[in-house]
Design a protein around this ligand. Structure first.
Ligand code: ARG
Length: 307
């Protein structure tokens, strides 16, 4: 059979063909092959080796996602580089990627920050060293609140104002976000990494109600000790709303998943986040599956270890 085939294959790239037992050894003309490959690399440049499996479909990558007014951690750095590498690989395979920085810019701590800033902060100090100064204010708040519990009430009041869209609260919150982002941008610029969206947790404040309503309609929202949870077949219940009606990290991720599904129609959805959040993502994907959405199967957590 080998001898048979050897007579019917030929190419200008072949130097010779040898039949050895059951094998057919093809020797390439190294100078010709080398020239052809190098010429192709030089002419197609960064497109050399492009694959088309993705066929122009969209892949979203939730990556980096540091928290406003807090230091950028080693975990955020890992998420940034792994997410970026994943994005380049996907692009090479013909996917259109959307790199999303899901900033941690929401939560009751913003009420505390606003309170502390109004009492002890200054615009100049924050602008000069945003993270250091905001962290200092946050620590000071906790130190002073030990002897002055009224501060906690004030912080709650400010967070409520923030939730309700009060102008001053919003402006302050956005100011902290912008200043922190300036500092984070220094790191991104250094690495040459860009994002397509900075829609963080705050962005979903007005988009959670729809999801909560749908959970209710589908009889998935269950009251448990005053809180609202979704019971899951394989994991602990997913907490959606606390006793006081406050939403959680998971509620915002749920709203974000629906928003992105509608906005980008992605074929693949990646979350590049440390493995300490594995349970959170299992619960999140499980809730979406229980709501009856097929696209829950496209969601993938890309975990990494802690340093
Ligand atoms: N801000 C979070 C943290 O620092 C990470 C967010 C990851 N992305 C997400 N969609 N939950 O832990």
């Amino acid at each position: 059979i080998a001898a048979d085939i050897s007579g019917s294959v030929s190419s200008p790239l072949f130097e010779k063909i040898e039949v050895v037992g059951g094998y057919l050894n093809v020797f390439l003309k190294k100078d010709v092959v080398l020239r052809e490959v190098l010429e192709e690399i030089l002419s197609s440049k960064q497109h050399y080796g492009d694959q088309h499996a993705g066929d122009g479909q969209v892949a979203t990558i939730d990556m980096s996602s540091p928290n406003i007014a807090k230091p950028f951690s080693m975990g955020h750095l890992r998420s940034t580089v792994i997410g970026n590498a994943l994005s380049l690989i996907l692009q090479k395979n013909g996917y259109e990627t959307v790199k999303i920085n899901h900033l941690g810019d929401w939560g009751t701590q913003f009420g505390k920050l606003i309170t502390a800033y109004k009492k002890w902060g200054s615009e100049e100090a924050v602008a000069a060293q945003p993270i250091k100064e905001l962290l200092k204010l946050y620590v000071q708040f906790h130190d002073e609140a030990v002897n002055n519990p009224a501060l906690e009430d004030e912080a709650r009041k400010w967070f409520k104002l923030l939730e309700d869209g009060n102008e001053e609260a919003r402006a302050l919150g956005e100011g902290f976000r912008d200043e922190s982002l300036k500092e984070f941008s220094g790191i991104y610029d250094l690495m040459g990494i860009e994002f397509d969206s900075f829609a963080g947790e705050a962005f979903y404040n007005d988009k959670m109600q729809n999801v909560v309503d749908e959970l209710k309609e589908k009889n998935l929202l269950i009251e448990s000790e005053g809180a609202h949870v979704v019971k899951l077949p394989n994991f602990p219940p997913c907490l959606i709303m606390k006793q006081d009606g406050a939403t959680l990290y998971a509620t915002r991720d749920l709203a974000a998943a629906f928003y992105r599904e509608q906005q980008y129609k992605p074929a693949k959805v990646f979350y590049v986040v440390g493995n300490e959040q594995s349970l959170h993502f299992k619960q999140l994907f499980s809730v979406i599956e229980m709501m009856g959405y097929d696209w829950a199967r496209q969601l993938q957590h890309v975990p990494f270890g802690m340093m």
